[in-house]
Design a protein around this ligand. Sequence first.
Ligand code: AKG
Ligand code: FE2
Length: 189
Amino acid sequence: MEQWQAEMKTLCNKIVGIMLGSLGLTHEDDMNWFQPQNGSDQTQCLFHLNSYPVCPDPDRAMGLAPHTDTSLITVVNQFNTGGLQVYQDGAGWVPVEPVEGALVVNVGDLMQIVSNGKFKSVLHRALVNSTCHRLATAFFLMASSNAEVSPLRKLVDSAHPPLYRPVTGKEYFQLKLKLFMKALESIRL
Ligand SMILES: O=C(O)CCC(=O)C(=O)O
Ligand SMILES: [Fe+2]
């Protein structure tokens, strides 16, 4: 389990590096701010094992209600049983069809903050079905609890003012628990 967690964290860090790199951020300083500092071992990753039993009337039930993740990114494994849907403006709820051997990467709220809105946190939900028990895992890469999360300096200038005030990883986590879908809006400048 520990080795799996370390490998997932490495994978997530790589993906975040590629995403921020695509915005022109390549320096170490741009990449390491969300890691635990000074050798502290605060939790920086969370893991959900979601279990959705067979449902006789799936149209009248919901596996996981619509939400955005608090994370920077979330890596989801659907184990070849669909159910995950993402909301797309204009199209509505779009199923994320499982692809054998592939993982799904969801953009979370913290990524929306640090990218100053360039990456949008995805609204998603999970449906149940009437034929098989669905399992899905979600691995969340968070910012460490004392890391300052704010739009990255290189993405901010007079033409692109910061959209969000700085928060610590811990503060945003608590805001999300309290305000749920209104958390991002509550730190909007
Ligand atoms: O079950 C799924 O496919 C998604 C799980 C999820 O969105 C979550 O745990 O936050
Ligand atoms: Fe989620």
